[in-house]
Design a protein around this ligand. Structure first.
Ligand code: HSE
Length: 429
């Protein structure tokens, strides 16, 4: 057998512990598959005395993760997290020291991907990140290597398990967003600070990476419009079901005549389609690979084993000598992405208005929609309470987002309309 591939891990949380365990417990099988031993040689974490599943006493320990960049290791596995700070410093130092890096850090790559890719390539080393998008689902490798023949038209997916769990639970129980979130936090299914998950930021980080791989562009978060799920109500979810849809937080990157349309947004996904059927904390991605696609991949997007599985996949690639370009083509050839103007995106929309049940309110809403040339496909007003607030729900025909937003702004200014109108695009599954 050839020389071992020497691995050092920075960060021994859930995922780091899982990776260490696989390297220690399944080393023989990995070595046979890779054709060389894969050996854990160094570790850095916050608390040396914490009790852990694996016996790590024989592995060299470093209090400062940045020291890993200087030791005799071939691959640094960065599992610290965070877009800046120690993770960024370690990755830069490791690449600069000609060590391969494997990371699960989507925030780091979404913010510094181009710079780090260029650094890796200048030093002739790899920066791999299968675990950074959709956890255990091998979508990074699929977009980087497997779906090249016909190009990628679109990547669409459920990329945040916390949001999908919350939306699934809201649908099953009729509970409010706030109640389900509080319960999920109590059970440890949602972070104590869930902002990045529920606000769509985590999905945007992942989408920026997938979009970069799909369209050969530098990752650029600033080109993604981001909306979270905080404003979704059980009422919206109930109407969705009635119309034959389910509400899902989607990350979408799609080639259009106007450029690449990239957005994170709750969408009404047609019931019975693969994306609509993704339940609970699962993630899923649809890759539209020209004449060869679409392809649908579903799996666990977070947690110890799925994320460790993706990290090990990258390590195995490196053990076999695969040091391809970080985003699938040389960093110097990654072009800025031409972004489609959001106002020109066309979609059918679900609209919900909270209005006073008084004569003329419907005519006023319809008037503003007509003025913006928005055609209504169906409409529901179920409750009747003269003088009180009721909901009016409409589904529009396909319309440009700019026109719908304009009409909604005008409608929101009416004294018969209480609260901000809700607008959710309809998506094929
Ligand atoms: N917090 C993420 C999720 C996993 O809920 O899917 C890590 O990005």
């Amino acid at each position: 057998m050839t020389a071992p591939l020497r691995i050092a891990i920075a960060g021994l949380g859930t995922v780091g512990g899982g990776v260490a365990e696989v390297l220690l417990e399944r080393g023989q099988d990995l070595a046979e598959r890779a054709g060389r031993p894969v050996k854990l040689v160094g570790i850095s974490a916050r608390d040396r005395n914490k009790s852990r599943k694996s016996d790590l006493s024989s592995i060299a320990w470093f209090d400062d993760c940045r020291a890993l960049a200087t030791i005799d290791a071939d691959v640094i596995v960065e599992l610290i997290g965070g877009e800046d700070g120690p993770a960024y410093e370690l990755v830069k130092a490791a690449l600069g020291a000609r060590k391969h890096v494997v990371t699960a850090n989507k925030a780091l790559l979404a913010h510094h991907g181009s710079e780090l890719a260029a650094l890796a390539e200048r030093n002739g080393v790899a920066l791999k990140f299968e675990a950074a998008a959709a956890g255990g689902i091998p979508i990074v490798k699929a977009l980087r290597e497997s779906l090249l023949a016909y190009g990628i038209d679109a990547v669409r997916g459920i990329l945040n398990g916390t949001c999908n769990y919350i939306l699934t639970k809201m649908e099953a129980t009729g509970q409010s967003f706030g109640d389900v979130l509080a319960e999920a936090q109590k059970l440890g299914f949602a972070e104590a600070d869930p902002t990045l998950d529920i606000g769509g930021g985590d999905t945007a980080h992942k989408l920026a990476l997938l979009s970069s791989l799909a369209f050969g562009a530098a990752p650029d978060l600033s080109l993604i419009t981001v909306e979270g799920i905080e404003h979704i109500t059980p009422e919206d979810i109930g109407y969705a079901r009635e119309f034959g849809y389910r509400v899902k937080l989607l990350g979408i990157a799609r080639r259009t005549a106007d450029g690449i349309d990239q957005r994170v947004q709750p969408a009404m996904v047609k019931a019975g389609t693969p994306l609509a059927d993704v339940e609970g904390p699962f993630n899923a991605v649809v890759a539209h690979a020209g004449a060869a696609g679409p392809f649908f991949l579903e799996g666990r997007g977070a947690g110890e084993a799925p994320t460790a599985s993706a990290v090990i996949a990258d390590i195995m690639d490196l053990a076999r000598g695969d040091v391809g370009p970080v985003f699938g083509r040389p960093a110097g050839t990654l072009k800025p992405l031409r972004a489609a103007p959001p106002e020109r995106r066309k979609s059918a929309y679900y609209l919900r208005f909270q209005v006073l049940d008084v004569p003329g309110v419907l005519a006023e809403i319809a008037g503003h929609l007509a003025q913006s040339e928005i055609s209504i496909q169906s409409m529901v007003q179920r409750a009747r309470s003269p003088g009180e607030a009721v909901s009016i729900v409409m589904i529009t025909h396909e319309s440009p987002q700019g026109a719908v937003t304009r009409a909604l702004n005008a409608i929101a200014a009416s004294d018969k309309v209480t609260g901000r109108p809700c607008m959710i695009p309809m998506e094929a599954g």
